[in-house]
Design a protein around this ligand. Structure first.
Ligand code: AMP
Length: 426
């Protein structure tokens, strides 16, 4: 048997109804904040991620699905391509390529699959889905303002609220600007020098390449050492400190709760200032439901103009896993199952189904070859509320036997009254 590749999965009904519910709610929220959708390619040139995400990140160093193009055209030959592991780099590439600042497009959202070759486990897949947004633009458009950071965070609180997720925690930090980080890295390197040999292999590599990444370490034995290290909060310059204070003040003013976490450094190189994560207890080990932050230098790193930005990516797989039971009401079952009974009745049943569907009802349809018992079983299996029998006598009378499956109550209803009758009952 051929199975889906490791780390990928089929999303099946009825779960897909939950995914559609989430995406519908999310689109409504984005509309209210004047965000517009962008769809970028699922693969990009590898260089985009090397530059935009950072060579030293786990994503680029270990997790990308990369191949060399075998295109015949000279220009394609040997080009290295990669399935996108995240979407911010693609959005910023598009921002630069299409000069989106000229069109005043500075609030963009996306929904789509991302790919990372990670060790699969519950809540961690090799093809997973992200819902994300970016605010990016020239500083003159206010994209640098702490008001944007706070607006993004408040949008996220609204969004989680809208899909019914409670019990989340917003963890907030500032990772400062590159100058702060240079000093911080230096201090970290010094602090790590005498203890690095006692740490895991990944940390030993990080100490040399990018000590900040030590804070990403999840190995329990390393945690006591990490607890003693200096924190970025001690190295923020005046501008970054003020920016961070203002973000917090606006959040307090709008009533979005948060906790400060000065270990939160995020996995990607281009982050500056505000960094955040929303976690959810119900998720277990992979408890981050979304992450994001500011990336003021990214556009320039990709060869574009100065364009400060802030964004986030929600793990849609994890968002769906955290939905409350009540979200299951988004799974719509058929209102009615139409059971044609006897030769020639498929045509009549099809006519009726067409009429009822035009009234917005969800209709499932059987076949005239089914015996009545089989039709009842099929209606039950489909979870239909009603079954409607369409036999020769009913057609002649132009009135149909309508049976409520849960109560067993049966009535005869004239054709013209069917839709209203089904729609108003539950
Ligand atoms: P990141 O792009 O790493 O900041 O991730 C943003 C969010 O995407 C995380 O908080 C997760 O919810 C989700 N995510 C990242 N990697 C995976 C994965 N391999 N499988 C499922 N969700 C993921």
């Amino acid at each position: 048997m051929i199975k889906s590749p490791r780390g990928t999965r089929d999303l099946l009904p009825p779960d897909t109804a939950l995914w559609n519910f989430v995406e519908g709610a999310v689109r409504d929220v984005f509309r209210a904040y004047n965000f517009h959708e962008i769809r970028t390619p699922i693969f990009e040139s590898t260089e985009l991620f090397a530059r935009g995400v950072g060579e030293e990140t786990d994503i680029v160093a270990k997790e990308m699905f990369t191949w060399e193009d075998r295109g015949r055209a000279e220009s394609d030959k040997g080009q290295s391509l990669t399935l996108r592991p995240e979407n911010t780099a693609g959005v910023v590439r598009a921002y630069i390529e299409h000069k989106l600042w000229d069109r005043g497009l500075n609030k963009l959202f996306y929904i789509g699959p991302q790919f990372r070759r990670e060790r699969p486990q519950k809540g961690r897949y090799r093809q997973f889905y992200q819902i994300g947004a970016e605010v990016i633009g020239p500083a003159t458009a206010g994209s640098e303002s702490p008001a944007r950071d706070a607006e993004i965070l408040e949008l996220l609180a609204t969004l989680l609220d809208r899909v019914g997720i409670t019990g989340w925690t917003l963890e907030l930090n500032s990772v400062g600007c590159p100058a702060d980080r240079a000093q911080f890295n230096e201090a970290l390197r010094k602090a790590l020098e005498p203890v690095a040999a006692k740490m895991c292999a990944d940390c030993q590599r990080r100490v040399v390449t990018n000590p900040l990444r030590v804070f990403d370490c999840k190995v329990p034995e390393d945690q006591p050492i990490i607890e003693t290290l200096p924190r970025i909060s001690q190295f923020l310059d005046e501008g970054c400190r003020k920016h961070f204070d203002e973000v917090q003040e606006i959040l307090k003013a709008v009533g979005v709760p948060f906790v400060l976490n000065d270990r939160l450094v995020r996995g990607l190189d281009y982050y500056t200032r505000t960094a955040f994560e929303f976690t959810h207890g119900a998720l277990g080990a992979q408890n981050a439901i979304l992450g994001g932050g500011r990336y003021d230098g990214l556009s320039e790193a990709l060869g574009g103009p100065a364009a400060p930005g802030i964004g986030f990516a929600i793990g849609e797989d994890r968002l769906v896993m955290s939905l409350p039971q009540s979200a299951e009401s988004a799974i719509r079952k058929p209102d009615i199952y139409i059971a044609p009974l006897g030769a020639g009745m498929n045509r009549e049943a099809a006519r009726l189904a067409r009429e009822l569907r035009r009234h917005g009802l969800v209709v499932d349809l059987g076949d005239e070859s089914f015996r009545l018992k089989k039709s009842f079983e099929a209606a039950d299996k489909a979870g239909a509320r009603y079954i409607l029998i369409v036999g020769e006598n009913e057609v002649k009378a132009d009135a149909f036997a309508l049976k409520h499956l849960a109560s067993g109550e049966q009535v005869t209803v004239p054709r013209g009254e069917l839709a209203a009758r089904i729609a108003k009952s539950s």
